[in-house]
Design a protein around this ligand. Structure first.
Ligand SMILES: Cc1ncc(COP(=O)(O)O)c(C=O)c1O
Length: 393
């Protein structure tokens, strides 16, 4: 019989499960904003790193730590930091790697949101940036100035699927004492481990392949322990904390990453071949196609396949992309990617909307470009859906 008063029972009863001989097989979700300490001395022990433990969820928590450890293991990194989105991971990677006044030399083939981060926010925080063609490492080296401190690239670019010679770019970065940050969202560590190519820091939108089920927004930053420790300080100060449940879901999704990537890449290779051979298709971007201009480089940078991301342009008068998207039945129009469900997006209208039409045109992101994220369905069904939509368009 609980002898505590009504109000106290309401607040405190059932809080701590005690005396259980067993423990859960799945990791518990520590849905808490902070942790209990038994003494002031324990605070020093935990914050001094002498005892394991957590203090405050904005600083770190068990579910975030589990995700960090797992992704760091997959990327071959010393340490990781899990945050609320891929965008937050990029922000923290940049501000913790170099002070205001520094220049970020970024690939021109960049996710539109990252460009927007550079233009709208980092610019007013005092960071400068220039966009360069990273398919030409010698050209990149010529562009480096005294204030250049960071190189920023994507392993496979969104949405043009360009790949970059990470080893040569890392050589350029090292020669000039820069920090090379690589967004590995499209490849995932299954297809590329950028740190092994000499990259200093890897970022992910874990919203995509790492979680893989389209139900979490999260980001992860990986790299040397000293770089990640600096980024964690920035995370504590800026506060883009990953919620424990979201961290738990992402960690759970990660368990099937190898299976999903293997299947999604194999299906994408097949679907890309189907599109490339189709009379109603004007262009296919997929580095796994033997005829792709970057195929040879892609086979050096990527392993075990080329990911599940394709982009393509249907033939026909203006508006063909819109008609194809409208004609799809199994494949949904969802402005995200990396889901087990096959989705398409329209970069000009969604991810790259912040660019002017001229800027998009210079990057080959036309109004007819469709981005396809191949999921786990039967590829024959996907081809059937595309065939029907192309016929109707
Ligand atoms: C390549 C790439 N990097 C980063 C991001 C940003 O991720 P998030 O939406 O989790 O902030 C995206 C989002 O689409 C992306 O495609």
């Amino acid at each position: 019989m609980d002898k505590r008063s009504f109000e106290t029972i309401a607040v405190q009863a059932g809080q701590d499960a005690t005396g259980s001989l067993t423990r859960p097989h799945a990791p518990p979700i520590e849905q808490t904003a902070a942790y209990v300490f038994e003494s002031l001395g324990d605070v020093d022990e935990v914050l001094g790193g002498r005892q394991p433990g957590f203090m405050y969820t904005r600083y770190a928590g068990a579910n975030q730590a589990a995700l960090e450890e797992a992704v760091a293991g997959l990327e071959g990194a010393e340490a990781g930091l899990a945050v609320a989105s891929g965008t937050a991971a990029l922000l923290l990677a940049i501000v913790s790697a170099a002070p205001a006044g520094s220049e970020v030399l970024a690939t021109r083939d960049l996710y539109g949101g990252t460009l927007s981060l550079l233009r709208r926010q980092l610019d007013r925080l005092g960071y400068k940036h220039r966009l360069v063609d990273m398919t030409d490492p010698a050209g990149v080296e010529r562009e480096i100035r005294a204030d250049t401190r960071i190189l920023l690239a994507e392993t496979i670019s969104n949405p043009t699927m360009r790949v970059f010679d990470l080893d040569r770019l890392a050589g350029v970065s090292r020669r000039h004492g820069l920090v090379f940050i690589c967004d590995n969202t499209f490849a995932s560590p299954y297809h590329c481990r950028p740190l092994e190519h000499g990259v200093d820091a890897v970022v992910h939108s874990a919203t995509k392949y790492l979680n893989g089920h389209g139900d979490v927004t999260a980001g992860v930053l990986l790299g040397r322990a000293d770089l990640v420790a600096e980024a964690r300080k920035a995370a504590i100060d800026f506060g883009p904390t990953l919620d424990p449940f979201a961290a738990w879901l992402a960690r759970r999704g990660l368990r099937t990453l190898p299976l999903r990537m293997a299947r999604q890449s194999a299906s994408a290779l097949r679907v890309a071949g189907f599109l490339a051979a189709h009379g109603r298709i004007a262009l296919v971007n997929y580095p796994g196609l033997p005829g792709d201009p970057q195929h040879a480089l892609a086979t050096r940078v990527l392993v075990r396949g080329f990911s599940g991301m394709i982009s393509f342009e249907p033939r026909g008068p203006a508006g063909a992309a819109e008609r194809v998207i409208a004609g799809l039945r199994l494949i949904r129009f969802v402005p995200s990617l990396g889901d087990v469900w096959t989705t398409v997006s329209h970069p000009a209208k969604t991810s790259h909307r912040s660019m002017t039409a001229d800027e998009r045109a210079a990057l080959d992101i036309g109004d007819e470009l469709i981005r396809l994220s191949v999921g786990l369905e039967d590829p024959a069904d996907l081809e059937g859906d595309l065939e029907r939509a192309l016929e109707r368009a």
